[in-house]
Design a binder for this molecule. Structure first.
Ligand code: ZN
Length: 143
């Protein structure tokens, strides 16, 4: 299977069957994101342990395939991470989509399926919206 084809399959799979789709009740943290240029809307929920590690991350929303897939993939990668580690992964991911330098592939894992966005900068907001909502949730200011 071609790499592009594999990436396409991952994106379709996660956009049609998003993982960790649903809400978490308070006191889970909550962060919302809206991308007016595409109409994507997501709300990310994060439950943390007393030690500050992410125990569960979920999301709800209505968004395009790229946004759904990126947010779904994101939620599968957060368990056990501190807020700092989660935000570090966000930076690596955004750098991967916006810079030419090759990232450490191990850290990104199947998030590399979003590589196609590099060719469509206008879709960058779609791919990063869930991550901005995550950052907003972790800042603890929305709830
Ligand atoms: Zn979108």
């Amino acid at each position: 299977m071609e790499l592009d084809e594999l990436y396409q399959t991952i994106i379709l799979d996660h956009s049609r069957r998003p993982r960790n789709f649903g809400e978490l009740p308070a006191p889970a943290l909550r962060g919302a994101g809206y991308n007016p240029s595409c109409g994507d809307e997501v709300v990310v929920f994060v439950a943390r342990s007393p030690e500050g590690k992410i125990e569960q991350a979920k999301f709800v929303g209505q968004a395009c395939a790229i946004c759904m897939a990126s947010t779904s993939l994101m939620t599968t990668r957060l368990k056990g991470k501190t807020a700092a580690e989660a935000l570090s992964l966000k930076r690596v991911f955004v750098d991967f989509l916006t810079k030419d330098a090759p990232p450490p592939p191990d850290e990104l894992g199947n998030l590399q399926a979003l590589a196609g966005v590099k060719k469509f900068p206008q879709r960058l907001k779609c791919a990063t919206l869930g991550w901005h909502a995550l950052q907003s949730a972790l800042s603890g200011q929305e709830r």
